[in-house]
Design a protein around this ligand. Structure first.
Ligand SMILES: *[C@@H]1O[C@H](CO)[C@@H](O)[C@H](O)[C@H]1NC(C)=O
Length: 566
């Protein structure tokens, strides 16, 4: 069948599937969601997770139904294959420079999750929020962004291309035992993120006692273990290396390395933040599964049976059986015995005792950030940094990893990075972020006018004050040179893991506290710069004597009040 003919068939299939896609919402799903809503004791986040579980369950049910249907049809319409094919078409469209908007979405609607009620556009705000909770594999988020651009609610936040909520992560692997999700290409969000367009941020979450099946990815990766205990195994030429991982570990996985993983904890989730730099297509990557069969689809089955028969010296019947078994997806449950057998078989490793000496040493593949002394620490927080001097494996990606543990009620900064752009991920706690950004302000005539009245000689520049709530699961970008501060809520420490790209020769310049940039200037420079006696400038810029971490606004106000009352 020619390409043209198959395109026609495909679009027919699409049309058919779209027609049936708007079937009524599943009553069971509705009921399940309702149950989540009426749980008074649930926080908003818990409610969302609850609803997510309903949807996961529902999707699996759909999957099972399809699976059954497939058996009956046998050889007929295989939704998964069609979904893949459909998505490939989208990729091709995109490569030809045509928009992919909505294309992936249609694929998913057609083949991925039939029967869900999906009125497009013009939904109530509330519905949209709910929708976002299950935005996976599709590109609708960007569409919404365009439609909503500059609408009433909190202009600062909706215009802000630097902050991503949990909902922005889209699942690329999803089973009942875990998921891998990834932020959309940064340039899809905004041109302002072009500087990091070759990077992607992904998140792996695996339930206790699970196995992530072997695969290789056409992307370099740096992994930061946010939570949990696992073992990651890398198959290298002629040997295999298993690394026991825990909170704070950094692991480098080179593109193309066959890798598999377990969560060896019985209770705790394994959560890993991953910075990816694809090696094949810019900012685009794929997983290649060498095992299993249908789900995940094995790349072995991309070969003809003749070639496989010859290559594996095995007849087709046996091969068909072998590559037809794995149907459970890329993250599967493992027994306690299997977990134990797969735990920490480092050379010489007698887990939990072995492997220690190889940590951080030359040629090792992992390094624990918390084994180092913090580079800054006081009562308001600690900052841990690992760069290529600590872990040589970070060198070729030019990445540095840092972790800020900001005490409740305290803050980090203001400061800026001279060269590095931070790709940050909130691992724990709540708070907010403030950042000055000159790029966002250029479209803001109101502000520019204000600036002109002041006789602003800086080319009419204003800094848009980017302010965003931070909570567990929020990701945010801080471009080089941009002044930033992060403030922890009064209730909990705010913990932020950062991948800093373009790390070499980066300098953190503090804008307040010890060694701040103003403090280091000459008297005359201060006077000329501020048009103010340098004595007074000094009084202000020398009064904070902490470094990097300070009391936050509320704490400071309370202290002040305390003094005033005395
Ligand atoms: C963060 O700081 C708190 C003290 O404020 C400490 O108890 C906790 O262990 C720290 N966490 C990490 C991951 O460093």
């Amino acid at each position: 069948m020619g390409l043209k003919a198959s395109l026609v068939v495909l679009s027919l299939l699409l049309a058919l599937a779209l027609a049936s896609a708007s079937a009524k919402q599943d009553p069971e799903l509705k009921q399940c969601r309702h149950q989540c809503k009426v749980q008074q004791q649930f926080s908003e986040e818990q409610q969302r997770q609850c609803e997510q579980r309903c949807e996961d369950y529902y999707l699996q049910k759909q999957e099972r139904k399809r699976e059954e249907g497939r058996e009956e049809e046998k050889g007929g319409g295989d939704d998964r294959k069609q979904l893949k094919e459909c998505q490939k078409q989208c990729e091709r469209r995109q490569q030809k420079g045509r928009s992919r908007e909505g294309c992936q979405q249609r694929c998913v609607e057609a083949y991925g999750r039939k029967g869900e009620d999906q009125p497009r556009n013009r939904r109530g705000k509330e519905d949209q929020e709910k929708e976002r909770g299950r935005e996976w594999v599709n590109d609708r988020y960007e569409e919404e962004e365009e439609e909503e651009g500059g609408e009433s609610e909190g202009r600062e936040e909706s215009d802000n291309p630097y902050v991503f909520d949990r909902e922005h992560f889209k699942a690329i692997v999803e089973t009942e035992h875990g998921r891998v999700s990834v932020l959309p290409k940064f340039t899809k969000r905004s041109k302002l993120l072009r500087g990091i367009e070759n990077f992607r941020l992904a998140l792996l979450e695996a339930e206790p006692n699970t196995f992530e099946v072997p695969s290789h990815w056409d992307t370099d990766a740096v992994l930061f273990i946010v939570e949990g205990r696992g073992t990651i195994t890398l198959v290298r030429q002629n040997k295999r290396q298993s690394i026991n991982i825990e909170e704070g570990d950094i692991v480098r996985v080179e593109a193309g390395t066959p890798v598999y993983m377990i969560n060896r904890d019985q209770n705790q989730k394994l959560i890993i933040a991953q910075l990816l730099r694809p090696v094949n297509l810019p900012s685009q990557f794929e997983a290649f599964y060498g095992t299993g069969g249908q789900n995940p689809e094995s790349f072995y089955t991309a070969f003809s049976w003749e070639v496989l028969e010859a290559a594996l010296k095995t007849d087709r019947n046996k091969l068909e059986r072998l590559f037809g078994q794995q149907q459970q997806g890329a993250i599967v449950k493992a027994s306690r015995e299997q977990i134990e057998a797969l735990s920490g078989h480092e050379e010489g490793g007698r887990w939990p005792f072995g492997g220690g000496e190889s940590h951080g040493s030359k040629g090792s593949r992992s390094f624990n950030l918390f084994n180092k002394h913090p580079s800054h620490a006081n009562q308001h927080g600690q900052l841990y940094i690992a760069d290529r001097d600590d872990f040589k494996e970070l060198e070729d990606m030019d990445v540095m990893i840092s972790f800020a543990n900001i005490t409740q009620g305290s803050m980090i900064g203001p400061y800026y990075n001279s060269r590095a752009t931070k790709i940050s991920f909130v691992t724990e706690g709540e708070g907010y972020l403030e950042m000055g950004c000159p790029h966002l302000s250029s479209s803001r005539s109101k502000h520019s006018r204000h600036q002109k009245q002041q006789g602003g000689g800086g080319g009419g520049r204003t800094y848009q004050k980017v302010r965003a709530q931070l909570r567990r699961g929020t990701a945010f970008i801080v471009p080089a040179g941009h002044p930033v501060a992060a403030i922890a809520s009064k209730n909990s420490n705010l913990q932020i893991a950062c991948f800093e790209v373009n790390a070499e020769n980066n300098v953190r310049y503090p804008l307040a506290g010890k060694r701040n940039i103003i403090d280091l200037m000459e008297r005359e420079a201060k006077e000329l710069a501020f048009n103010f006696p340098s004595r007074d400038v000094d009084r202000i810029f020398k009064s904070q004597d902490e470094e990097f971490f300070f009391a936050g606004p509320e704490e400071w106000q309370e202290q002040e009040k305390g003094y005033a009352d005395e």
